[in-house]
Design a protein around this ligand. Structure first.
Ligand SMILES: [Zn+2]
Length: 320
């Protein structure tokens, strides 16, 4: 873990938000990659650095336009999830109106609002260069407990088709339960958009999984010729091999909201996608046992101090 943090240190010292921007050639896709939208998740930043360093070193031709950027630079610098507000819950209709029309009031300009304004300017600049080519957005995250790699999307059909191509399970209705994700904002301006969760924050293997998804997206979208990608097949099998449910679709049935992190604790030992039965005790909240309201799979159990999502219950949509 220490090495991971050392590797991003110079990016932060130089105050760069953009890891790389490649104008490319041809009519290929426009792809924006984000990492570190949560400041305690350095893995995606390292993976983007590694992949794009490889592209530069080997002079690999890019068909289309690529952008890779850091989300919450300030929080990443402090190795914390966020300073005052979760930057991945702020992209609401009200805030987007402020970004594009009315502006933020002085007292609203907390560290995350400042990050948000900069990211939006960067994205608007990226979008201004596009003329009708396919748009992709991949937001790289990690989880507080060990997990198989998976994706989450909103309900837009273009994003559904995109996620289905990847050898991982995905949740297809995140927007019903989480408001204001950056993915949601881009999904609604016609990007094929997904959140990719590689695994645990501190696990060096999360960097490998992030690199694998970046290469897969670059290859599948046609931005980079598959033959020029180092071990393209290996990237596919790495992700596919880690999951019992590759290419399978889940929907969220239930979200347990956490009002006060000090009063909430998951019971130990739950792992992502584990089967749970209705009535099974899952957590303690305000001194009371929280039981599973439905049978299904537990999803994103919260084993860290910050965050308002205690756990989700999900179930397979395509049960055949
Ligand atoms: Zn995250």
């Amino acid at each position: 873990m220490e090495q991971v943090w050392q590797d991003i240190e110079h990016l932060l010292i130089h105050k760069d938000r953009v890891i790389t921007e490649i104008a490319g050639n041809g009519s290929g896709p426009a792809i924006a990659f984000c990492a570190g939208l949560h400041g305690n998740e350095p893995s995606g930043v390292i993976a983007l650095k590694n992949v794009f360093a490889y592209l530069h070193r080997h002079n690999i031709p890019v068909n289309g336009r690529l952008l890779a950027f850091i989300g919450n630079r300030n929080a990443l610098h402090h190795k914390s999830r966020y300073a005052q507000e979760d930057l991945n819950r702020m992209w609401t209709a009200a805030n987007i109106r402020k970004l594009h029309n009315s502006g933020f009031k002085e007292q609203e300009l907390n560290p995350e609002a400042v990050e948000m304004i900069e990211i939006d300017q960067l994205l608007q600049g990226f979008i201004n260069h596009l003329n009708g080519q396919e748009r992709y957005f991949v937001d790289l995250h990690t989880t507080s407990s060990p997990s198989v790699p998976f994706a989450a999307i909103d309900k837009q059909p273009q994003s559904y088709d995109f996620a289905l191509q990847l050898p991982i399970p995905f949740v297809a209705n995140l927007d019903d339960f989480l408001k204001g994700t950056l993915m949601h904002y881009l999904d609604h301006i016609k990007f094929r958009a997904l959140v990719f969760e590689a695994g645990m924050h501190d696990d060096p293997a999360s960097v490998q999984k992030h690199e694998a998804i970046i290469w897969l997206v670059l290859g599948m979208s046609g931005a980079i010729e598959e033959g020029l990608i180092p071990n393209y097949k290996g990237c596919f099998t790495l992700l596919q091999g880690l999951s019992d449910h590759p290419h399978k679709v889940f929907k969220i049935l239930h979200r347990h909201h956490v009002a006060d992190n000090r009063k909430f604790a998951m019971l130990p030992g739950f792992v992502n996608f584990q089967v749970v039965e209705q009535g099974m005790p899952l957590a303690i909240d305000h001194g009371k046992e929280v039981i599973a309201p439905y049978s299904g799979h537990i999803f994103m159990p919260l084993y860290q101090e910050q965050g308002a999502d205690g756990f989700f219950i999900i179930s397979r949509v395509d049960s055949h």
